[in-house]
Each structure stands twice: as structure tokens, then as C-alpha cells.
Design a protein around this ligand. Structure first.
Ligand code: 5GP
Ligand code: ZN
Length: 117
């Protein structure tokens, strides 16, 4: 199944404008909006407009689109912070993924510690 959008997907509905979000940047193929439960001074989610479940599926299906997501993350970090950022893709429920439309968490605006688990 290769549908570009899923009517039951939360982030497809945000991309479509059917649900509100605090959008901070867009590209032709991706959208960046603030996380509803921020964990850092800057916590923005970057999603491709097309529906893909996780980062590996996106990378396999459309590597240029993954590159677009990364470029938009960099733009957001430059606009909202000092250009330095962490980009996190949770993949699978045991890794903390709760929305199954791939999204990169842009974490920035603070001196970041490192505790991966
Ligand atoms: P995950 O846990 O899948 O890596 O990340 C999902 C993220 O989406 C969480 O950080 C959560 O706070 C955020 N989130 C969940 N629902 C919404 C929503 O309706 N709007 C926004 N802006 N963020 C959401
Ligand atoms: Zn989706």
C-alpha cells in the first residue's frame, strides 16, 4: 500500500489543514510545526507531506524526501535557534514512536545533554 495520505493519520490531517498546528516553516514537500508537548525551548516536528510510516520506510521509498525533511529541520533551527540542533526519529513503539507518520523532532535552543535511554 503506497497511499500518499491516510485520512485516519493525525499528521496527514495537520498537513492537509484539517487540524490546527503552529506551523513554523514549510517547503514544497514538508511541513514543520511545534510539538504540542515541548521538551526543549525549541521542539518542532518536521514531517513529509506524503505519508510514510517511519524513517526507514521513507528512506527506502523516497530518499530525496528524507533529504528535504533534514533541510527543513536545518532551516527551522537557523530561524528559531542558533542553527545547532538534534534531530530525532523514533522508530517503533518501544523506541517511543506514537504517531506512525514519520516525523523528525528538531530539538534546539539549549545546551543539550546526552542521555539516549
Ligand atoms: P513520537 O512519540 O511519535 O516520536 O512523537 C510524537 C510527538 O507528537 C510527541 O512529541 C507529541 O507531543 C506530538 N503530538 C501528538 N499529538 C500532537 C498534535 O495533535 N499536535 C502537535 N503539534 N503535536 C502532537
Ligand atoms: Zn500520515
Amino acid at each position: 500500500t503506497d497511499a500518499r495520505t491516510d485520512p485516519d493519520c493525525l499528521f496527514c490531517r495537520i498537513v492537509a489543514g484539517e487540524l490546527p498546528a503552529d506551523v513554523v516553516a514549510t517547503s514544497e514537500r514538508s511541513v514543520a510545526f511545534r510539538d504540542i508537548d515541548p521538551q526543549a525551548p525549541v521542539h518542532v516536528l518536521v514531517v513529509p507531506r506524503d505519508h510514510h510510516g517511519d524513517i526507514a520506510q521513507l528512506a527506502a521509498a523516497d530518499p530525496e524526501l528524507l533529504s528535504d525533511v533534514v533541510a527543513l529541520a536545518d532551516e527551522v533551527a537557523g530561524d528559531l535557534a542558533d542553527g545547532q540542533f538534534r534531530l530525532i526519529f523514533n522508530s517503533g513503539p518501544r523506541a517511543g514512536q506514537s504517531v506512525f507518520h514519520v516525523h523528525g523532532h528538531v530539538i534546539a535552543g539549549a545546551e543539550l545533554g546526552w542521555s539516549p535511554a
